[in-house]
Design a protein around this ligand. Sequence first.
Ligand code: 3HC
Length: 313
Amino acid sequence: MSTIDFEAIFEAKLANNEFIEPKDWMPENYRKHLIRQVSQHAHSEIVGMLPEGNWISRAPSLRAKLVLLAKVQDEGGHGLYLYTAAESLGVSRDEMLEALHTGKAKYSSIFNYPTLTWADIGAIGWLVDGAAIMNQVMLQRSSYGPYSRAMVRICKEESFHQRQGYEIMTRMAFGTPDQKEMAQDALNRWWYPSLMMFGPPDAESPNSENALKWRIKRESNDHLRQRFVDQTVVQAEYLNISIPDKNLKWNESKKGYDFSPPNWEEFKNVVKGNGICNKERLEARNKAHNEGAWVREAAAAYAKKQNQLSTAA
Ligand code: 3HC
């Protein structure tokens, strides 16, 4: 009797740029890697609602409020697509949320910094969503089908978010001297945390080798960080505000900018849970989850009733 070589089928799919789908055989480590990355990504989307949600009630105009409200709501939707993609790998939503709420799960370091002024909302859209898109465009071609398809829609919405942020920065940078100063201050505070979003340097990234081998990621942390810097410098020049890096310099031989790395000790500290806002973010998530218990119970009771009615019919 012939045996099926599942591993060879898996490898052939990767080699042919085909998707791996939930019912396909996959190596256990591939499944675990994806659960880790996709759930962390989902957590980042919903924790990312908090720093910006802080400004919905204080947006400077009705238009700005509507746009910000829509953006924050989009992030909640991104979290839902990604939790659903992770569930298709055999982990439950409850398990993932439990890990987030008890501080066991990671989420993006960037969301542990405070939003002090309206210019921060501009800087987040411009830099944070800009960095997210730089990273996520390649994830649209990730080897796991449900993750890749979720990323297609997420990327479309993230480009709108990036423009929303850049529009705010444009208004501030070309506004009054005080507004311009706020724009510069926001860039000063968000620049290095944005560079950290791409993860540790390649030489210190334990997951990159497998991620690239399995086509979960298509490009390395350092490569994406470099591309982000090269793209953003031109945008800062247009705004006539300065990137807070004395070593920033065009390097003709690599056709890109040389730049100072972020403080990796600060990064590790924030990821460990000791950033400025880690505690506040987890408290806010736990509070929202606990206060939403009655909604989950009502939804479950409704589904149960519908089920009983359809079985009885
Ligand atoms: N913040 C927190 N943790 C980070 C991190 C960051 N910025 N960068 C890396 N890490 C963690 C990793 O999760 C990993 O931890 P683990 O092994 O305990 O799970 C460890 O640091 C080592 O990093 P690696 O580079 O080896 O691991 P990864 O390749 O998994 O991490 C990554 C790099 C860029 C985060 C990559 O996983 C990735 O592309 N993830 C998907 C995209 C994502 O999660 N983006 C979140 C951005 S926020 C967002 O999208 C919301 C939007 O609205 C702005």
